[in-house]
Design a protein around this ligand. Structure first.
Ligand code: AMP
Ligand code: ZN
Length: 459
């Protein structure tokens, strides 16, 4: 079976075939570095990290994720805080990578910075001007959408309707409202570079087109990002790249992740409900956040709540619980592969809910197994599956020991449970209940069953 991917341009799932056999190029629009990434921003990073890991099983992958370090929002942040632009961008690019690293996101093969590619952008803009796809007006260079009949194809918008319906006041130097900026003038205080159109800076869209061309070629295999980028960002990238490359498509497959909401509402600064990854990882293990992000299919909306986190934590407790105490030799690890059914689920347009169901089937088989060789082999398969999905990377004992700061360590929990059992045996139910409450306050839930008392973190 070939890998199946949902392509936004075709609007359906199609078999994936790279342009060059055995090799894949993938570009993911990265962060604009002027503040912390929120949990919604982490979704594309995690989802497409999983896709990169999956592709690497079959292909040689060249994966680029850019850093946008020139942007009006960065200039505004610098004016507001008084911090120099270079310090802001260097600081937040590092924080972004550290935060994503905490979620198990592997560094991309190439991480191009926009400010280091101004020459490539200027060359691409010059080509567009030369070929009549762009025009200069009052120090700006604009892409002329009327010269590209396919404009609107990716986002399924009709250019005529867009023009007719545009109510925003159009800048006087634009021929049409939908024409977008490739280059704009900078004042002396603003960051700027010399160009044939005067001192200025690039627009956002041209950055990605130029960096993708430079590092991955004229037509790349996969272009990915969040669904809000389909229009205008990717539509514009698509238009200018294809016009600069004699009509060759920019990407063969366009992939977009669905949006993440917070307690059923849109995350927004004005509502004050923005959850930063940087804060979340202070108290929640990165693997829990990663699994929570992978719990829903990547194209579906994902609502983030306390329950999303707790359910991911419980899932990981079950997976770690299955491999806990099993000695897996290096040879068994080397010999183990990820179960076919799990791979098949992921290769079917990254069906993570199905892949996780397969993961749990493996854990159940391991829990039931009694033959030591089978136990070792199943545990090794679980670790292999964990390596692919970017989870199960901790030592199980450490996981249960509550390596998260602030969590009650496992031995303390077990000592309290033993004390409670003694109290129950002595019919001192008041003392037993007090211990249960103490554990509950520490976020630990206990359950009394036929086989004794079990506990989990969940409060
Ligand atoms: P931005 O910094 O706004 O350009 O966003 C960086 C990446 O995060 C882009 O791929 C966006 O599509 C994606 N993104 C932003 N907000 C969300 C959200 N709430 N849910 C999912 N993805 C998002
Ligand atoms: Zn982009």
């Amino acid at each position: 079976m070939t890998i199946q991917l949902h392509d936004t341009l075709q609007g359906r799932k199609i078999p994936f075939e790279p342009l060059v056999e055995g090799q894949v190029t993938m570009y993911l629009c990265g962060p604009t570095v002027y503040n912390f990434a929120h949990i919604g921003n982490a979704r594309p990073a995690v989802v497409f990290d999983l896709l990169a890991r999956l592709l690497r099983r079959r292909y040689t992958l060249k994966f680029a994720r850019n850093i946008t370090d020139v942007d009006d929002k960065i200039i505004a942040a610098s004016l507001e805080t008084g911090e120099p632009i270079e310090e802001i961008t260097a600081k937040y690019a590092k924080i972004y990578n550290d935060d994503m690293g905490a979620l198990g996101v592997q560094p991309p093969d190439i991480e191009p910075y926009a400010t280091q590619h101004i020459d490539v952008m200027v060359a691409m803009i010059a080509r567009l001007v030369e070929d009549g796809h762009a025009y200069e007006a009052e120090g700006h260079v604009l892409f002329d959408v009327e010269t590209h009949p396919k404009y609107g194809e990716l986002s399924k918008r009709d250019l005529r309707e867009m023009i007719a319906g545009s109510r925003v006041e159009v800048a006087p130097y634009k021929k049409a409202a939908q024409d977008f900026v490739l280059w704009k003038p900078s004042t002396d205080e603003q960051p700027g570079w010399d160009s044939p159109w005067g001192r200025g800076r690039p627009g956002w869209h041209i950055e990605c087109s130029a960096m993708a061309e430079k590092h991955l070629g004229e037509t790349i295999d996969i272009h990915a990002g969040g669904q809000d980028l389909v229009f205008p960002h990717h539509e514009n990238e698509c238009a200018q790249s294809s016009c600069a490359h004699g009509g060759a498509p920019m990407a063969r497959y366009w992939l977009h992740n669905g949006f993440l909401s917070l307690d059923q509402t849109k995350m927004s600064k004005s509502l004050g409900n923005v959850l930063l990854v940087h804060d979340l990882i202070e108290t929640i293990p990165g693997e829990v956040i990663r699994l929570a992000l992978l719990g829903a299919h990547y194209r579906q909306p994902l609502d983030w709540s306390a329950e999303t986190i707790e359910s991911a934590r419980r899932m990981l407790d079950r997976l770690y619980g299955a491999v806990r105490g099993v000695d897996v030799s290096a040879e068994a690890c080397a010999a183990a592969d990820v179960p076919e059914a799990l791979i098949a689920a992921l290769e079917d347009d990254l069906n993570t809910p199905k892949a996780l169901a397969e993961f749990f089937a493996l854990a159940r088989a391991l829990n039931k197994a009694s033959d030591p060789a089978e136990i070792e082999s199943l545990a090794a398969q679980m670790f292999a599956a964990g390596d692919l999905m970017g989870i199960l990377q901790n030592d199980p004992e450490e996981w249960f020991a509550g390596h998260v700061e602030g969590d009650m360590p496992a031995d303390e929990i077990e000592a309290l449970i033993a004390k409670r059992n003694e109290a129950r045996a002595a019919k001192d139910f008041q003392a037993a209940d007090a211990i249960r409450d103490q554990l509950k306050d520490a976020g630990v839930i206990i359950e009394d069953g036929a086989g004794g008392t079990t506990w989990r973190r969940g409060g």
